[in-house]
Design a binder for this molecule. Structure first.
Ligand code: GDP
Ligand code: ZN
Length: 303
């Protein structure tokens, strides 16, 4: 017989075990019912407590507004977090950032319908403008760019304004200062709840696959799964939708299914040759096409 049923948001996910925060109640550890149910941090779920038992069970995942997916190295799709407003890509002058990974994060956000933004950390270091040359073309696409130093505490107020009232997943390559930034933005809350770094109760001995930290001014999501990132495998003609400046020109191509490689009368290639589209971004698009093709072959053309 079924007891109480309430809804809440998944704030920590450890595979088949999650922590759910119902409104106005302390977060509760839950198991997932059955094998088919898949939830990630950010999912709204219905949870039930069986009569006579203390344990709560997630019985249903409510509809998602969006979900950020990735492809693993074999081409299979995994979900990272759901119902996000923004993806904050953290970069820094050191260690040198791979701009192609940055483009893949930005593309992944676009495919999921999530707004990308850039956080340039370590502003206290003597600048290496060359290594961050990839930032300008992204800024001119309309991505908000925030310059901060997690160490010196500078730029954080402006960043918080950019995160206010929204749920933002922070992503970034190892060493760019993502943990330092989370601490600078939310250190007290992290220490108070044990979320994210230490893990709480249920998850202390397992790896968190994603978590959400609820702060007075907004929500920060974190996942160790985003140190490297490849978007999910998709039909090749869709890859361009992760590159707004390329997708916008595609209407001018002779062929409707133009991949902007060697097709005749391609408006995108013309724009690259003329300098209107950044050559590195175009190169990045071509690399992602190749990666998508390779991952699709690896998973054996299953669709
Ligand atoms: P993560 O791998 O992205 O989580 O990076 P960490 O937060 O662990 O930081 C990596 C290294 O960069 C550490 O040695 C930090 O002390 C350093 N670091 C982080 N933020 C800053 C910053 O704003 N300025 C400087 N100079 N170093 C930083
Ligand atoms: Zn074309």
């Amino acid at each position: 017989m079924t007891g109480n049923a309430i809804t809440g948001c998944v704030i920590e996910s450890y595979g088949r075990r999650v922590v759910v925060a119902p409104p106005g109640v302390e977060p509760v550890p839950c198991k997932l019912r059955g094998r088919k149910l898949e939830v990630v941090a950010g999912d709204d779920v219905r949870i039930e407590q069986q009569h006579g038992a203390d344990d709560w069970t997630v019985v249903e995942r409510l509809p998602r507004r969006n979900v950020l997916n990735r492809s693993d190295s074999r081409g299979f799709e995994e979900s990272i977090a759901a119902n996000l407003d923004q993806l904050g890509v953290v970069v820094a002058p050191q260690p040198e950032c791979d701009p192609y990974i940055v483009d893949r994060y930005v593309a992944g956000a676009c495919y999921a319908g999530i707004e990308p933004l850039l956080i340039v950390n370590k502003q206290d270091l003597p600048g290496d403008p060359g290594g961050l040359a990839f930032v300008a073309p992204l800024r001119s696409l309309g991505l908000p760019v925030f310059h901060v130093s997690a160490r010196a505490g500078s730029g954080l107020d402006a960043l918080i304004e950019g995160l206010r009232g929204r749920r933002t997943l922070l992503a970034g390559q190892s060493g760019v200062g993502k943990s330092s930034l989370l601490n600078a933005l939310a250190g007290d809350a992290i220490r108070a709840t044990g979320h994210l770094s230490a893990g709480s109760g249920e998850g202390r001995h397992t790896t968190v696959s994603s978590a959400i930290l609820r702060l007075p001014w907004g929500e920060l999501a974190d996942s160790p799964g985003v140190r490297d990132y490849a978007p999910p495998v998709m039909p090749l003609t869709n890859v361009q939708h992760g590159f707004a400046e390329i997708a916008a020109l595609a209407r001018g191509c002779r062929f409707q299914n133009c991949l902007h490689l060697r097709e005749p009368q391609c408006a995108v290639r013309a724009a690259v040759d003329g300098g209107a589209v950044d050559a590195r971004r175009y190169d990045s698009y071509r690399r992602l096409l190749n990666l998508t093709r390779q991952l699709d072959e690896k998973r054996g053309w299953r669709t």
